[in-house]
Design a binder for this molecule. Sequence first.
Ligand code: FES
Length: 258
Amino acid sequence: MAGVSGFSHLVVDVTDLDRSEAFYRDVLGLEILGRGFLNDERPNSTLAFNTHHRIVLIQVPDKVEPFRPNSSSIHHALMMNADQFDRAEERLRGLGYKIGDNRAQFRAVGDRNIDIFDPDGHRYQLQTYNPNARAFEPENVGEVVCGNVKDYKVGDVKAFVAGKFFVVRRAEGFFALSRWCTHRKGLLAWKPDHWCFYCPMHGVTYDRKGENTSYFHDVPPMSAHPLSIAADGTITVRPDELIERESFDESQLVAVPC
Ligand code: FES
């Protein structure tokens, strides 16, 4: 991947520059820096966020099409801290906007989002993340007996409800992986047809080693729980204890006793 040190500006087509400048200034709170900064014969205006980021509005003669084919919209997400989000929400309510989030069920507890559309239908998501959204909260279920090694064949993955974990049988041994997604704590499902763990919240996938295989590059591997195997082959997991991992290695597996 090419290295970049930041994101600079977003160019947005609009049909009425005056109307859009007013929206981006009064509703999103951007500062209008001026017109005609862009070397483009079409009327254009540059606006600034409180960061170094800019939005350039270009007035186009034709209708603006803010939708991709077969998609609900093209959208951009603006991240805020909780205070900034509260202020934005208050301002939007004051301006008469209806505040709602039709994807609230897919978000981690405490994550918030407001969808807002500019006059041409471009969608912006105002978002804030709950800093505790990834915190591990043990269910205090104690030790969970997960059957016998004879109940598993190599490649098997079994989900356990109490304690929310998976037991994975690899050729070299067993381990237990937490069902909580390490991105924003969605609840993972095992997809046997695709040989992966899948999070319905934002689509992160993990392989059977619990390593992230999705396009979200900064999501750590699934966390693990202590697993032990008794001499008679009984498997026990302690899901109240979490082991965070940076990567997979075979020492994390518990071998089947001879
Ligand atoms: S919580 Fe975002 S992908 Fe799992």
